[in-house]
Design a protein around this ligand. Sequence first.
Ligand code: PRP
Ligand code: MG
Length: 175
Amino acid sequence: MSKIDLKKEIRVIKDFPKKGVSFKDVTTILKSPKALKYTIDEMSDYIEDKKVDIIVGPEARGFLFGVPIATKLNLGFVPVRKPGKLPFQTHNVDYDLEYGTDKLEVHVDGIQKGQRIAVVDDLLATGGTALATSRLMEKVGGEVACLNFIIELTELEGRKKLNKYDIQSLVTYEI
Ligand code: PRP
Ligand code: MG
């Protein structure tokens, strides 16, 4: 696999969605065959060594990268969604937002007890989404083998919150 400078493939948009935030836009990776393949290959290679049984991705951007990784590794994919989106019975977990709390849900039959899980998402910021997803996976009897991100915002120290987990990130930004 030829190495590419993935940072060059990520579009950074200043002051979106609000002033002071520098948004990391992965749609520029998605539309580039080379960058997309590189991203999926790098994350799949990492996950392949972890004896993973199933890929899990939180909505929405976790779906975009989780499914092609699952396909490449001959694994299935289980979506984790915001409340009210999954049609069958669900288990859920509460998690903290900047203001208030929210929930994430997974189908009751999504994860089998003892399955080893890779949680795939585009971005590690505060770590709230990844922590809630991981707790939900443990609540339903799964084992979180690794957390895999394209981008990590190091200043927000999401890793501290997730210190018991094995984490991969392909590129880092301070903020
Ligand atoms: C973004 C991103 C991660 C999460 C990271 O998702 O895709 O899932 O934030 O932030 P955290 O580490 O502070 O939890 P967002 O909730 O904006 O929604 P989307 O994926 O549906 O676009
Ligand atoms: Mg997201």
